[in-house]
Design a binder for this molecule. Sequence first.
Ligand code: SF4
Length: 292
Amino acid sequence: MKIEIDKNSGFCFGVVKAIEIAESELKVDKKLYCLGDIVHNGAEVKRLEKIGLITINHEEFKKLKNTKVLLRAHGEPPETYEIAKQNNIKLIDASCPIVLNLQKKIHKSYSEILEIEGQIIIYGKQGHAEVVGLLGHTNNKGIVVSEVDDLNKIDFSKPVSIFSQTTKSSSGYQKIIDELKIRMKKVQGKDEISFISHASTCRQVSTRDVHLVEFAKKHDIIIFVSGKKSSNGKLLYEVCKEQNNRSYFISNTEELKKIWFNETDSVGICGATSTPEWLMKKVGYEIQKFDF
Ligand code: SF4
């Protein structure tokens, strides 16, 4: 069996940076709270918890005082920073710089659109941590749209400024804005509409699907490794599945099944932006151990 691990899969730089910051803090203190899963990958979270990372949710965060808390790459709404100030919590801010920049842009755009009674739209997953953070920068007035059906939430007669969650697909975003423009023009009865599109998909992610198409085609079988909570993982797995019917989604090595493989298969192992390289290597190692 020939096995290849996709060089383009694995952590994006935002996640790498957040983990590096956590590891360096843990060398000093041996204990560090992290607000939410540092990455949507259970195996990596467990590895960091073994060296002292304690994952907390927002309710637990509100009860903490006089301590240190790490903010992960997804970013947080302004409310989190206010609570930290009130409770004397030192924030170790590992928010990805790209997300922080997007938060600033959305905040500015929100102030501008308010003046013309328009709407801010975020193409993303309702409840996703990054989307919660972005919404916070619109005073929670932004409208989240995940699919074309959600466009019914929009008032097509009003101006629109639209953004994308960084990990959503560029093609999905394009579909939404195309449909939105058609409906706005129809309702307003004119071609000139007040519509601003901010294609805020992250390049670290948006180019991965293109590459994965080729990767999935060139192998007999694809093992896609990702945490089940990763929206980027689900999306990229679908890309593989469309190209290669023998694509399997696993989160850990225990989910591998020997029955999937033939002795002469060329096996491609790939994953999401939240999949650690060590886990993909471990999967490759376990596959090699199968006895045919
Ligand atoms: S996907 Fe892009 S924006 Fe999101 S954390 Fe990674 S590098 Fe940052």
